[in-house]
Design a protein around this ligand. Structure first.
Ligand SMILES: [Zn+2]
Length: 252
């Protein structure tokens, strides 16, 4: 029989082949990788800017990054009107290099805030984990978990796998029926679309289409929109009364 004391209660110790208590103290504290996720319009960008504000007030220095901002310019834009300029992350951007550039310019980086993080590549998410582990940068990612097919975005999937902390964003978006909205349905002509290119972003500017497999035609984009639905109505494709179908991310 072994005896348990408080130090044995950490369940991760069970996975460790060596007693970690002493060794752990020698390792510098790692930064934390956090993923805050929710459907569109749930207030993620607002929360991202709030967290940035809170850290900056403490004298910490952060870097705001965005992949595919909905405004079409590199900034974090919340739908309630607050914006902040940000660094655009391209498909091939090495996020470690971005931080090193800051260092080279004599600026330290305490934390990163990444909006639209679902569009990061899995490799970029791994770079974020590396920054947290090796140079103690705290990383806050904000994004959507699933695409219009209700399947995880590759970037979101990697974040679910690697993040230290996962947090659903608490500002609730409701389906037209009043249930919690969980899925971003892509809608055209009153029909929920269930196949097509994964990445179609833009409501203010039609036509940022990333997948080259079958680029959407301009005409298709102008009639396409997104609507947040609960799981039942996502499954059944029931979009509710006409009044429920307006005011959400029209792609025109
Ligand atoms: Zn519903």
């Amino acid at each position: 029989m072994t005896t348990l004391d408080e130090n044995d209660l950490d369940p991760t110790d069970a996975l460790s082949s060596v007693p970690a208590a002493g060794a752990r103290r020698a390792v510098p504290a790692a930064g934390r990788l956090k993923f805050c996720y929710g459907p569109m319009d749930c207030g993620k960008s607002t929360l991202a800017l709030q967290i940035n504000h809170n850290h900056a007030r403490q004298g910490r220095r952060g870097l705001l990054l965005v992949r595919h901002d909905r405004s079409g310019a590199p900034q974090i834009t919340s739908r309630i009107g607050i914006t902040s300029t940000a660094n655009e992350v391209g498909a091939d951007t090495d996020l470690r290099a971005l931080v090193k550039e800051q260092w080279a310019a004599g600026r330290h980086v305490d934390y990163l805030i990444v909006d639209e993080a679902q569009f990061l590549s899995p490799a970029q998410v791994e770079q974020l984990a590396e920054l947290a582990d090796d140079v103690q940068v705290d990383v806050y990612c904000f994004g959507i978990a699933t695409d219009f097919r209700s399947e995880l975005f590759p970037g979101a999937r990697r974040l679910f796998e690697l993040a230290d902390e996962l947090q659903p964003v608490q500002v609730e978006v409701l389906c037209w029926c009043g249930a919690t909205g969980r899925f971003n349905a892509r809608v055209r002509d009153g029909e929920v679309l269930r196949a097509g290119d994964t990445v179609v972003v833009a409501d203010t500017e039609p036509g940022i289409v990333e997948s080259s497999a079958s680029p959407l035609r301009e005409a298709e984009l102008t009639t396409m929109r997104y609507q947040v639905l609960c799981r039942r109505h996502y499954r059944t494709g029931h979009l509710g009364p006409a009044t429920a179908q307006h005011g959400q991310l029209r792609l025109t």
